[in-house]
Ligand binder design. Structure first.
Ligand code: F0G
Length: 357
């Protein structure tokens, strides 16, 4: 039986990498595109969810990291560094370990989920908590990589974008053509840049016949691309996308405009509502930042802006286990406690509401 080879060897001829460079891979990519019946009903479109939480470290970052680490290794780097809201650092730490490189990560103090922090630490990265936000961490990392022998693996590194574009290839490979609309959450704006690049490449070589509209959604408290200016104190419960000055700003705007798409914002309440729709109605568990795409799609549907019957691919970027606390609270913030029972069938039946049925 064929085992998926990871995105480099599955798509090598379409990527900027020489034929003889061995891939540093954990089997990333090849994630399912799931038919979303409930979201289709809610929006009047044909909605498919690209479940990127099923990558080896639990987020889409692995697609870009396999490329960035493979090339860093091939070029003789010994150490890599990145700034992160958590997922990039988890991915960099894992792939650096696989490649026998050392890894340093700079994260905003108190603003990354414990699950993500545990991944970086488990894989042996040196982790610095910075008294600042993600944008400050990225500025620091850029300076350090200019002055010291550490290779930067944030998405300002073009190898990251190159690897991440494979997600568009996979969507087209499954659907048989590009969707009408592709929806995704936007933080540092690397991913929307990468998808747009991938869709253009596939159309350019004739694999697909059209380009999708790119719809990006930022959290309302961290929506510089919507406001048109950087946000100095970004704020949202979706810590993955708590970013005030996206590095790929211009390319995100280019993807929006060239595709006839849009970049809009969603509130934390809308994000949590979409998180719930995904987990309760679709069986798909994501972290809050990932639900921004679905929140945006539902917002557009309510505004009557989703074309009837359109084929829509929605990327959900990270696994729910990355940041599970949101599932354990009700809307008003109170904790959801499990019901405790003795080892007794009658008590269990009573607790389950089965008595009298
Ligand atoms: N969703 C998740 C789960 C993320 O972790 C990120 C970014 C995004 C969406 C936004 O993607 O930055 O390409 O626009 N996380 C980065 C990190 C910043 O450090 O893990 P983007």
């Amino acid at each position: 039986r064929h085992q998926w080879q990871g995105v480099i060897d599955e798509y090598r001829s379409l990527l900027d990498i020489a034929a003889d460079i061995p891939a540093v891979t954990l089997g990333e990519g090849g994630t399912p595109l799931i038919r979303a019946e409930k979201l289709s009903e809610l929006t009047g479109a044909q909605v498919w969810v690209k479940y990127e939480g099923l990558n080896p470290t639990g987020s889409f970052k692995d697609r870009g990291m396999t490329m960035a680490i493979t090339k860093a290794k091939a070029h003789g780097a010994k150490a890599v560094i990145c700034a992160s809201t958590g997922n990039t650092s988890a991915s960099a730490a894992a792939f650096a370990t696989k490649a026998d490189l050392t890894c340093a990560v700079l994260v905003p103090a108190g603003k990354i989920s414990p699950g993500k922090m545990s991944q970086a630490v488990a894989h042996g990265a040196t982790l610095l908590e910075v008294d600042g936000n993600f944008d400050d961490c990225l500025t620091l990392c850029r300076k350090l990589s200019e002055s010291y022998p550490v290779h930067l693996v944030n998405s300002v590194n073009p190898d990251r974008i190159e690897g991440q574009k494979t997600a568009s290839f996979e969507v087209v490979d499954v659907l048989g053509d590009a969707p009408d609309i592709h929806v995704l959450p936007v933080g540092n704006a690397g991913n929307i840049t990468a998808y747009w690049k991938g869709y253009n490449q596939y159309q350019g070589i004739g694999v697909s016949t059209k380009l999708p509209q790119m719809w990006g959604f930022q959290a309302a408290g961290a929506a510089p691309l919507v406001l048109g200016h950087p946000v100095t104190e970004p704020d949202t419960i979706a810590t993955a996308i708590r970013i005030g000055n996206p590095a790929s700003w211009d390319r995100a705007i280019e993807a929006r405009d060239a595709s006839g798409g849009l970049i809009d914002s969603v509130t934390d309440e809308q994000i949590l509502a979409a998180h719930k729709v995904l987990s309760r109605q679709e069986g798909i568990f994501v972290e809050p930042g990932s639900a921004a795409s679905v929140a945006g799609l539902l917002k557009m549907a309510e505004a009557g802006r989703v074309p009837a019957g359109a084929v829509i691919a929605v990327t959900v970027t990270g696994h729910g286990l990355k940041d599970p606390s949101w599932a354990l609270h009700t809307e008003d913030g109170s904790a959801i406690e499990p019901v405790r029972v003795p080892v007794d069938a009658v008590s269990a039946a009573r607790a389950l509401g089965l008595e009298g049925q």
